[in-house]
Design a protein around this ligand. Structure first.
Ligand SMILES: Cc1cc2nc3c(=O)[nH]c(=O)nc-3n(C[C@H](O)[C@H](O)[C@H](O)COP(=O)(O)O)c2cc1C
Length: 173
């Protein structure tokens, strides 16, 4: 039974890739999550919103901005019943407005991470981890927070060596 959970938020649909906009079949963060699973035994859980943001990029920007500024906690489709069986939770998310999507805040507030290792991975287009690690620390003060891995979302296809090194540094490989 896997002792590591990869909890991830990711959006397929329209996104900015380099200088153009494209509809993605699989979001950058989910691609990174799948690369992790090629390297280690881990369960995968999608942090999905009951009312997902729009498929169009500009509408998604507006909706997510509203959630960010109102410090919203969007309702999720589901939550794992418990995290008891996991030693480590890899938390993978895109950088939204300098931090995590607010749905990830909803996820983190639902559990007590006492004694669990929490490893953040943040795909982004220039802001790296942003303020996300500080926000995770505030939300999960009892977690053992490992070093975060920022990945360029549009370069995620070539990120496997970085992921491999990071897993080794954090004792998962
Ligand atoms: C609503 C929204 C807000 C974003 N805000 C930022 C940001 O503040 N800084 C940044 O570097 N990238 C930002 N991005 C780019 C995403 O972090 C990047 O494209 C990410 O890889 C998307 O992951 P996904 O395909 O798994 O959803 C934003 C993208 C969206 C859609």
């Amino acid at each position: 039974m896997a002792k590591t959970l990869i909890a991830y938020f990711s959006r397929r649909d329209e996104n900015q890739v380099g200088y153009s906009k494209k509809f993605l079949e699989k979001g950058h963060t989910e691609i990174a999550a799948d690369k992790i699973r090629e390297l280690i035994d881990a369960d995968k859980f999608e942090i999905a919103m009951k009312k997902p943001y729009s498929r169009e990029y500009s509408a998604c920007m507006e909706e997510s901005k509203r959630d960010y500024y109102s410090d919203a906690r969007p309702e999720l489709v589901s939550l794992p019943v418990s995290l008891d069986r996991y030693d480590t939770v890899i938390l993978a998310y895109p950088n939204y407005w300098g931090t995590m999507p607010m749905a990830v805040f909803t996820f983190l507030e639902a559990f007590d991470f006492s004694g669990k290792k929490l490893l953040p991975l943040c795909t982004n287009e220039g802001s790296d981890m942003g303020r996300s690690e500080r926000d995770i620390e505030k939300l999960c003060p009892k977690a053992i927070l490992g070093t975060g891995l920022p990945l360029c979302g549009s370069g995620v296809d070539t990120s496997k060596p970085h992921i491999e090194r990071w897993l080794k540094e954090n004792g998962l490989l």
